[in-house]
Design a binder for this molecule. Structure first.
Ligand SMILES: Cc1cc2nc3c(=O)[nH]c(=O)nc-3n(C[C@H](O)[C@H](O)[C@H](O)COP(=O)(O)O)c2cc1C
Length: 356
């Protein structure tokens, strides 16, 4: 890794780019179509300003909070991302250990190169959630979620915004394909070398699913269910009615339907509708501790990061990812202190407004 150490998360982006093969880099940073939503996710944080309060006792600030009853050191976790072993040979294990060191939650992707039990062996202490792509093969899905529960995963994160993969034009231009040596053991069939795996994913995922199918999932697996990819009040209401313990306001990092709103813009309507019936998390565009503070102000319990964690992993393996998380933790602590909020729970709607 570079010496001196990067001073902020954005510094890691260029270091990671230099460390990655160009096709894979395009896969990581790219979005769908014209990448309007990808840019919007970041821009939405810049459209708002924070409203700090002065002369509040901030002599004892804590970034600690809980997600689904488990304590974490800061209101920021790791979103599920595929192919971590392409970013770094130690892949998922390294990123999960970095999350463990940082005292936060790691979400294992269905497109990981390890099974849930292997991740648990590689990072036994990490608070871990499993992200599910629900395949047409129900027997396979049932086995996978049972294995996750047995391996100490404490929540199931069902990604609901991918009945087909979004158009990733950077990949079409670069011809990016799955490296032949990389396995995807959480998919029901082995991919061939020539397949662009996002096409295959569209064929594997069950496109007939509706909210009522969540009952089947609940009967197969006792873990609390978090739905990832909610952008509207209507779907937030359905998630609550179907017993979801959590909702991730997410547009898949701008990688699915281009032209949907930034996640921060969608957050208030979701928060109003959920009204405490489930926990709300947000991912997409978080690059600073102050971004996390804005998400908390608009109703999220915690944020999640996808690309920034991969930048750290690609730049320096476990140590790089751990440093990215440490930079975030420091910035979140300082943001709380300067906002006049000794804990994440004290950040509310009065702490943010739209830029004039
Ligand atoms: C390279 C990459 C791979 C991803 N893979 C998955 C995945 O396998 N499952 C999933 O639910 N989301 C996946 N996502 C979406 C992330 O979980 C998350 O929603 C998004 O990255 C958040 O935006 P950010 O990258 O701006 O933090 C992926 C995102 C990226 C950038």
């Amino acid at each position: 890794m570079s010496d001196p150490l990067p001073i902020n998360v954005a510094d890691y982006e260029s270091i990671a780019e230099a460390a990655c093969e160009p096709g894979y880099w395009g896969y990581v940073v790219g979005g769908a179509g014209d990448e309007v939503t990808l840019r919007e996710n970041v821009a939405a944080f810049r459209r708002r300003v924070l409203r700090p309060r002065m002369l509040v006792d901030v002599s004892d600030v804590s970034t600690r909070t809980t997600v689904l009853g488990s304590e974490i050191a800061m209101p920021l976790g790791i979103a599920p991302t595929s192919l971590q072993r392409v970013a770094h040979p130690e892949g998922e294990g390294a990123l999960a250990r970095a999350a463990s060191d940082a005292g936060t939650v790691y979400t294992l992707s269905s497109l990981a190169s390890v099974r849930p039990r292997q991740l648990a062996e590689a990072a036994p202490d990490v608070l871990r959630w499993f992200q599910l792509y629900w395949s047409r093969d129900r027997g396979f899905t049932s086995e996978l979620v049972s294995e996750a529960a047995d391996a100490g995963f404490t929540a199931l994160v069902l990604t609901v915004d991918l009945p087909a993969a979004g158009p990733r034009e950077r990949d079409l231009r670069s011809g990016f394909k799955l490296p032949p040596e990389l396995l995807m053991p959480n998919l029901p069939r082995t991919l061939t070398e020539t397949e662009y795996f996002h096409d295959t994913l569209g064929e594997i995922v069950d496109t007939s699913l509706t909210w009522r199918d969540l009952e089947w999932l609940a009967s197969e697996c006792s873990l609390p269910l978090v739905v990832k990819g909610v952008l509207t009040a209507e779907d937030a209401a359905l998630a609550c009615e179907h017993g979801c313990a959590g909702v991730v306001v997410s547009n898949h990092g701008g990688r699915q339907l281009d032209g949907v709103s930034a996640t921060l813009d969608a957050l208030p309507e979701v928060a109003d509708t959920v009204a405490g019936r489930a926990e709300i998390y947000l991912d997409g565009g978080i690059r600073r501790g102050t971004d996390v503070a804005m998400a908390l102000a608009l109703g999220a319990r915690a944020g999640f990061v996808g690309r920034p964690a991969l930048w750290g992993l690609a730049a320096g393996g476990e140590a790089g990812a751990a440093h990215v998380l440490e930079l975030f933790r420091g910035e979140i602590a300082l943001a709380l202190l300067l906002l006049g909020c000794p804990t994440p729970a004290e950040v509310g709607p009065e702490h943010v407004r739209l830029r004039a």
